[in-house]
Ligand binder design. Structure first.
Ligand code: SF4
Length: 620
């Protein structure tokens, strides 16, 4: 992490030391930061962490928020939304009314609402099912832990059965609300009928186990103390260590309204908001994303937050309001354009995402793709960006964006390069192995011959490793198996006979072992023992249409960065390695196992592999 910070508050020194060394921050560290007035330094530390996790990417989604009813059986003190049945402001939406709010531009629908006393279970399942049926492209993010627990009690079904039926209907992720702040003191004072931390975590852990990822929120700026705020974060961090099912953390500033908890206009200050976002980024080291929810923060504060640790702006959720203010006829597009402008103005890359944070579109130019795995560190650690912006992205998605001309250059998965040879020009750099790789691993219950007709779970991240596996199975061992795509958040592999993992996940599992899978095969070693030639996993390439000036700039950037990186192989990936449980020695040995330059042997290996894949059946 190469950032120098001129601290005004010397109490932050030790925190920065920890951050730079990848050490976890303590409750006391969190409190030190909340007590500090050195907001800029806290923001710079958070920004450094964000850069490491997301590069220049800032995500948004074209989404629609639906609140099917404001009628609620509870009466939480801070809630300015819920009313009782039969009162003048009460409303109930039919499924037809919900469908009428959606259209083919929307990618995500976010559904939360009051706990209705009379609606039957079929209404909720039917709502999700009908949305998916009418708009297959929409991912449904629905129902907080409070609502799931309400369904569990009201309809007398176990929590996992509630989630199973909703998943079968089309629910894919869960929003993070409902817990507000994990403090019994606050719960008793403000929402004593509502679930506490124990039930909230039980619901989310159950969802994560079933492959349903979720978000987590914090409602701050009411009666909670800083200690309660930081404790909220450390509790979430512990659960994330266990399940790895949280996608993003969303600090939500309390809106006083008519709640009576605070004077009506006593909103949190921009400084308080930015500090909370930055501290969240620093405390929640295992959360992939921190969201600046612009609808509540205001556009101005949210855009500054993009340099204070936030890497997600939520979406076009408030589109209609923005658009009406501007007199636009296409609310959704208007909101999208506005978000893209805010992100571009912050010097970042606007990345339209799906509900799982897969990049769908990139709305800017001069983008270099970065494979977010340890083995690519020597290319990127010393990169001098110049006019380019860096987008960390898994190989398969990089290939998809390149196919749409939305990436200028990058370290492409070999299969994506083969598929786009017409538009991509090869550079002289690659990721190749001479023997074992340690990060493209098949964990199996059976030997190679025993995998005939069996199900192999494959992660959606890369095409090359999957095709290498297919070539090994069919051409080396004469065996055909079934490939079943798994979502990246799946961590229960028991249904498979073997699982192919790649990148950092494979490195971690290679070290710790994968319960139930006693046999472990390194695909690069299998290839080398068979062909006696290196295997090329990825190659650097850029668009053929780039201007000569930009091509030359890229050549220089990669050349200088790699030269430096190769001279630092003993130390360069230490921080990244530590985050995936590797010691500095293990990291250094791993990085030294690669060849980063594309020579004649590597080109020959590419030709042999290409011929072999033409001989095997194409996987869908
Ligand atoms: S459960 Fe939700 S909707 Fe109902 S009163 Fe509490 S905060 Fe409001």
């Amino acid at each position: 992490m190469i950032t120098s910070i001129h601290f005004r508050d010397k109490n932050l020194f030790s925190i920065w030391d920890k951050v730079q060394n990848g050490q976890r921050l303590s409750l006391e560290d969190g409190l030190t930061m909340f007590a500090s007035n050195d907001l800029i330094s806290i923001g710079k530390m958070a920004n450094a962490v964000q850069q490491m996790k997301s590069g220049d990417a800032v995500y948004y989604v074209v989404n629609q928020k639906i609140e099917p009813t404001n009628i609620c059986v509870l009466s939480c003190k801070f809630c300015d939304f819920a009313v009782k049945q039969g009162t003048p402001l009460a409303y109930e939406m039919t499924i037809e009314e919900i469908l009428s709010k959606l259209n083919s531009d929307v990618h995500e629908v976010h559904i939360t609402g009051g706990l209705h006393p009379d609606w039957p279970w079929e209404y909720y399942v039917g709502m999700v099912r009908d949305i998916k049926k009418a708009f297959p492209q929409i991912d449904v993010k629905a129902f907080t832990a409070v609502e799931i627990d309400f369904f569990h009690k009201k309809f007398k079904m176990p929590i996992d059965e509630v989630l199973r039926q909703l998943y079968a209907a089309g629910l894919r992720t869960m929003p993070g609300g409902g817990a507000e702040v994990f403090s019994e003191r606050v719960r008793k004072l403000l929402f004593n009928q509502k679930i506490g931390a124990k039930t909230w975590f039980e619901v989310h852990k159950t969802a994560h186990k079933m492959g349903i990822p979720s978000n987590a929120t914090l409602l701050y700026g009411h009666i909670e103390t800083y200690e309660e705020r930081v404790t909220h974060m450390t509790k979430l961090r512990e659960t994330q260590d266990e399940t790895n099912g949280f996608l993003s953390f969303i600090p939500l500033a309390f809106q006083p309204g008519d709640t009576g908890i605070k004077p009506k206009n006593d909103f949190t200050s921009a400084i308080e908001d930015l500090k909370t976002i930055a501290i969240s980024r620093l405390m929640l080291d295992n959360f992939p994303h921190i969201k600046a929810y612009w609808v509540m923060l205001t556009e101005e504060v949210a855009s500054v937050a993009l340099n204070f640790g936030a890497d997600d702006m939520d979406g076009t959720v408030g589109g209609e309001k923005i658009a009406h203010d501007a007199g636009a006829t296409s609310p959704m597009n208007m909101a999208k354009e506005k978000l893209i402008k805010i992100i571009n103005d912050a010097g970042k890359i606007p990345v339209e995402r799906d509900v799982y944070y897969n990049a769908i579109n990139v709305n800017t130019e001069n983008v270099i793709g970065k494979i977010p795995y340890l083995n690519s560190v020597p290319f990127y650690e010393n990169i001098e960006q110049r006019q380019f912006k860096i987008l960390p992205i898994v190989p398969r998605r990089m290939g998809q964006l390149s196919a749409k001309d939305q990436i200028d250059a990058g370290l492409f998965s070999l299969m994506d390069y083969f598929a786009q040879e017409q538009k991509l020009e090869l550079m002289n750099y690659c990721i190749a192995t001479r023997d074992q790789v340690k990060s493209v691993m098949l964990f199996s219950k059976e030997g190679w011959q025993g995998l005939s007709g069996k199900n192999i779970g494959i992660i959606d991240d890369t095409a090359t490793s999957v095709r290498l596996l297919q070539v090994l199975l069919e051409k080396k061992y004469g065996v055909k198996a079934n490939f079943v795509r798994m979502h990246a958040s799946v961590n229960d592999f028991s249904q498979f006979d073997a699982v192919l993992l790649i990148g950092d996940e494979a490195l971690k599992a290679n070290k710790s072992g994968l319960i139930g899978f006693d046999l472990v095969f390194d695909l690069a070693k299998e290839w080398y023992d068979w062909q006696k030639i290196p295997f090329v996993f990825a190659v650097w390439a850029h668009k053929r249409t780039l201007s000569t000036e930009r091509k030359e700039a890229l050549q220089q950037i990669i050349h200088h960065s790699l030269e430096k990186g190769e001279n630092q192989l003993e130390s360069i990936g230490t921080l990244h390695g530590r985050m995936i449980t590797l010691s500095p020695v293990e990291t250094s040995e791993y990085l030294q196992g690669f060849n980063y330059r594309l020579g004649e042997r590597e080109k020959e290996a590419m030709t042999i592999f290409k011929k072999l894949i033409e001989e095997v059946v194409v996987i869908s």
